[in-house]
Write a protein that binds this ligand. Structure first.
Ligand SMILES: NC(=O)C1=CN([C@@H]2O[C@H](COP(=O)(O)OP(=O)(O)OC[C@H]3O[C@@H](n4cnc5c(N)ncnc54)[C@H](OP(=O)(O)O)[C@@H]3O)[C@@H](O)[C@H]2O)[C@H](O)CC1
Ligand SMILES: [K+]
Length: 463
């Protein structure tokens, strides 16, 4: 079960959660008051005495704005409200009536708080409203969006207007929405913070990636019980080498490379298996097989992928192998499976498996159902989707991860976690977290080899 603070909700799920609170004795007004006061606490600290301009819209997002403005005004800040549209909900009207400060045509500089539209945005902003938001953003030195920047679609993170300003902070009210962790919206939100308002577990099937907890090997562990990973090599030996390096440090006790030869810089920790691939895969102790990094796209690559799928071991399919896999190849496969496509590979898989939805989240989820695999749809807004419909949103921990070989390291780490746990969703989540934590530890401008070397320390951080 996801913790309430990790759940990610659609607008419909948010409304249902709000209804549950109301059935338990809350009112929209009490929720708005709490949301507004708690958001005002953040804004008070950020403003540090600067004047604050609150732009209020017609719905309950605007209502939050009136509560915020009144709370800050009572604490002595210079507050101005700009309200191009009259409040239309009962709660927003009452919040406006309780506001005792100034309503003006423009702001006074300092901090801009956007309460024009939140999760109820239904269409793009008209030109006048859009230019008002842009003007306020330009004339204030700090920009805060309440719940969502106006112009952002809550359920998928689409930008309904061009030129939506960039915010310094976005305060999510009550629960995370998909937009907070989806591109392109997340790129304009600045830092994101959750303002709790007492929402409990809402039965969400999506949650945010949480820090895993690892354990030291059991006292009677040996190198095979900790997990045996076989990386299936191909002509580009550097890629398989990087995958092996990631795998070695992510928990598995043994990492084998099934290839003709080792990379010249291969470490002594990697065990070369240069016999026929089916023979290597026949080892019953195999905990996970990784196929794809450095595999190539030729007939030999196809044959090696066929051998892997035929062996029926828990498998991670990455890189080149994602271009070669098809529904026929998976027909007889029933072991745990993880696919790790980036955006282009996801689009190609969607075509190959006749997946209709186009948005990243829906596409990943439908592909997971169609293939029976856990999908790691990579990118700054990684989605990890399981065949049973559960999904984990895993934003990139570092933009420095956009470096050649980073995906090979990730695939190796995930294979290692799969060998160690046998659970593909857990392996995907733990692997993604380790990859991000290793990147954080590397700081700026690292290579994929350096990233792989940092995975051990990342693991230790979650022991
Ligand atoms: N869910 C909770 O627990 C709480 C949420 N709170 C806040 O409430 C908003 C959501 O409030 P809602 O009233 O549903 O929606 P909005 O405030 O975003 O705006 C809806 C109104 O705006 C109109 N609208 C929509 N798009 C446009 C547009 N492009 N141009 C002009 N007007 C637009 C819409 O009218 P329609 O014409 O579409 O009928 C609505 O009038 C949530 O984000 C939180 O901030 C509360 O604090 C309580 C707790
Ligand atoms: K807003």
């Amino acid at each position: 079960m996801a913790q309430a603070s990790e759940q990610v909700l659609t607008v419909a799920q948010m409304r249902a959660a709000e209804e549950a609170l109301i059935a338990a004795g809350e009112t929209i007004d009490s929720l708005m008051q709490r949301a507004g006061e708690r958001a005002a606490e953040w804004i008070w600290r950020i403003a540090a005495g600067r004047p604050v301009t609150v732009l209020c819209g017609p719905g309950n997002n605007g209502g939050d704005g009136y509560v915020i403005a009144e709370t800050l005004r009572r604490r002595g800040l210079l507050v101005t409200i700009v309200a191009p549209l009259e409040p239309r909900t009962g709660a927003a009207r009452r919040a406006r009536a309780a506001y005792g400060g100034e309503i003006a045509a423009r702001g006074k500089g300092g901090v801009f708080v956007d309460c024009l539209f939140g999760s109820g945005l239904a269409r793009p902003l008209g030109a006048e409203l859009a230019s008002m938001v842009g003007e306020l953003a330009r004339t204030h030195s700090y920009r805060i969006a309440i719940d969502l920047p106006s112009g952002v679609a809550s359920d998928d993170g689409a930008l309904l207007n061009e030129d939506i300003p960039r915010y310094d902070v976005t305060l999510a009210l009550g629960a995370w929405k998909f937009a907070h962790w989806s591109m392109p919206a997340m790129a304009i939100m600045g830092q994101r913070r959750l303002v709790p308002i007492g929402l409990g577990e809402a039965g969400a099937d999506a949650r945010l990636l949480a820090r895993p907890r690892f354990a030291a090997p059991a006292i009677d562990a040996h190198k095979y019980t900790r997990g045996l990973v076989t990386v299936v090599g191909g002509p580009i030996s550097g890629a398989s080498q990087l995958a092996c390096e990631g795998a070695i440090r992510a928990g598995a006790g043994t990492v084998r490379l099934a290839a003709d030869k080792l990379h010249p810089a291969a470490s002594a920790d990697i065990v070369l298996k240069d016999m026929a691939l089916p023979e290597v895969l026949a080892d019953e102790r195999t905990g996970a097989v990784l196929v794809g990094p450095g595999l190539g796209l030729d007939e030999r690559a196809r044959a090696r992928l066929r051998d892997v799928l035929h062996a029926g071991r828990p498998t991670v399919v990455d890189a080149d192998a994602l271009r070669l896999i098809d529904p026929a190849g998976l027909e007889a496969f029933s072991a745990p499976l993880v696919l790790t496509p980036h955006e282009g590979e996801l689009a190609q898989l969607a075509k190959c498996f006749a997946i209709e939805p186009e948005g990243k989240f829906d596409r990943a989820r439908t592909l997971a159902r169609a293939t029976g695999a856990v999908i790691i749809a990579k990118g700054p807004d990684t989605v990890i989707a399981a065949p049973d419909g559960h999904a984990v949103l895993a934003p990139s921990a570092s933009s420095w991860l956009a470096v050649a070989g980073s995906g090979d390291v990730l695939a190796g780490i995930v294979a290692s976690r799969l060998a160690a746990t046998g659970d593909p969703l857990r392996a995907a989540c733990e692997g993604h977290w380790l990859h991000g934590e290793a990147a954080r530890r590397c700081g700026a401008m690292f290579t994929a080899s350096e990233l792989a070397r940092a995975v051990g320390d990342a693991y230790a951080a979650a022991l």
